[in-house]
Design a protein. Sequence first.
Length: 160
Amino acid sequence: MTIKVGDRIPDATLTLATEEGPRPITTKELFGGRKVALFAVPGAFTPTCSAKHLPGFVEKAEDIKTKGVDAIACLSVNDAFVMKAWGDHQGVGDKIMMVADGNGDFTRAAGLEMDGARFGMGQRSQRYSMIVDDGVVKELNVEAPGEFKVSSADYLMAQL
């Protein structure tokens, strides 16, 4: 069952890509006691993700944070090394937390997985964005397959 507005974020352990290397972080640590703008992509370095999705959040990061968001996180079913390399390549700096859901545990628990096997990608995350306040989903914007509209930085900013 897909997570919905009003639900609590499921318990899972993710991995942060840091300058010191991969660091585990629980969803309670990531989302507890603060407002987080989370967006998820099917894969690092993929065309729409690299040309539009991540760059839009990098560009709008300060504007999003001035609307009361404590942190912005980009999640993908990739490993932390790939997430760090992608963040470095995109010039993310400290604007966005690059979060790896390497085994897809969080993605499955949230019911937001997709089958990318026909593209050689296996099980991945759907493209979406959400606003999470102290572990509770306040907004959820899941894209239709192949679309990039409701998960953009601009769309999410209008919800803040």
